[in-house]
Design a protein around this ligand. Structure first.
Ligand SMILES: Nc1ncnc2c1ncn2[C@@H]1O[C@H](COP(=O)(O)OP(=O)(O)O)[C@@H](O)[C@H]1O
Ligand SMILES: [Mg+2]
Length: 308
């Protein structure tokens, strides 16, 4: 069913902002009759054609994921008459005066995104191992159904009070090896896409040129490694493309590239560091698959439990 803005306002009430990203805002909304909660993503690009194509891409991917692997299930799409704004009573209003904004309604994922959560909860090594394992499980599930996420970063990961995590935001994801998938969302070679701080060397140094599309799976593994580093060190692992080169190549022996040095300096168990080193291997073909990462991380849970 394709809703129009009137249907939307009749049926749902916007309650609060859940977050803002590159495409626009995500709001918590309630069904006026049942009280059920949903998340409404509103695409606010000034150019309506662009906003519509962003929504179409994400809606297509959400439909293909169909609620699997913890990705929110999509229920409906709407054309809102305008971007929701708060009035003087701090209630959200959708003015009739436009410009119109495409939107989609999906499952509300309860919790906090990891970028907010980590501010109040500097995580321990054990918590980071747990988050890394859960993320690897989600990615193993997504990769098994032929979806590369390509935007695995702190604001796109939601943690609930029990510590369960879920990935959101499939806006720049793509599909691999599924001929029935819409051509709009099938992965293409040599796409340089995603946030700078989670991009792997093959993207930052080579723009993904010359790598098979399956490399986007390996890029997700790299992204998990950078997230683990960021949670442990409160800093980005990759700060510039020069991080991949030794700083003083004329000195002998050659120093480690900056990102390897940063990883080496982490004060964590040798076992976890060694898993992270593999996930952050410069060569995408040498990184573990998501399933292998889960196996390696689960072994770690066992060894850490037996040590304590
Ligand atoms: N289904 C959801 N349930 C709860 N919060 C969400 C949901 N989807 C997104 N969010 C929150 O809204 C923020 C922005 O949404 P996101 O889809 O990442 O937008 P963008 O594509 O613009 O980055 C996210 O960082 C997350 O905190
Ligand atoms: Mg996002």
């Amino acid at each position: 069913m394709k809703g129009v803005w009137k249907d939307f306002a009749k049926t749902y009430k916007i309650q609060e902002v859940l977050g803002f990203g590159g495409y626009g805002g995500v709001y918590l909304v309630r069904d006026r009759k049942t009280g059920d909660k949903y998340a409404l993503k509103v695409y606010t690009d000034d150019n309506l054609k662009i906003a519509k194509s962003e929504r179409l891409r994400e809606a297509t991917l959400l439909q293909e994921a169909n609620g699997r692997c913890g990705i929110p299930l999509m229920y409906d799409t709407f054309m809102l008459a305008s971007n929701p704004q708060r009035n003087s009573k701090r209630q959200f209003r959708i003015s009739k005066r436009g410009p119109p904004c495409p939107a989609l309604l999906m499952d509300y994922v309860e919790g906090q995104d990891l970028s907010e959560w980590r501010r109040d909860n500097p995580p321990t090594e054990a918590q980071v191992i747990d988050i890394t394992t859960q993320l690897s499980r989600s990615l193993a599930c997504l990769h098994a159904i032929g979806i590369a996420h390509r935007d695995v970063k702190l604001p796109n990961i939601i943690i609930d009070p029990q510590g369960n995590i879920r990935l959101v935001d499939v806006g720049i994801s793509c599909t691999i090896g599924n001929p029935e998938s819409s051509p709009l969302v099938q992965c293409k070679n040599a796409e340089l896409i995603g946030s700078f701080d989670i991009l792997p060397p093959e993207a930052l140094l080579d723009g993904m040129v010359g790598y098979p599309v399956e490399t986007y799976f390996a890029a997700d593994i790299w992204a998990i490694g950078t997230i683990a580093y960021d949670l442990l060190a409160s800093d980005f692992l990759i700060q510039s493309a020069f991080d991949f080169f030794p700083a003083y190549p004329y000195k002998t022996p050659l120093p480690l590239p900056a990102y390897k040095q940063r990883l080496d300096n982490l004060e964590i168990s040798a076992e976890f560091k060694s898993v992270l080193r593999r996930m952050l291997h410069k060569d995408p073909a040498k990184r573990p698959t998501a399933i292998e990462a889960v196996e390696q991380l689960e072994r770690l849970h066992g060894s850490i439990k037996t040590q304590t």
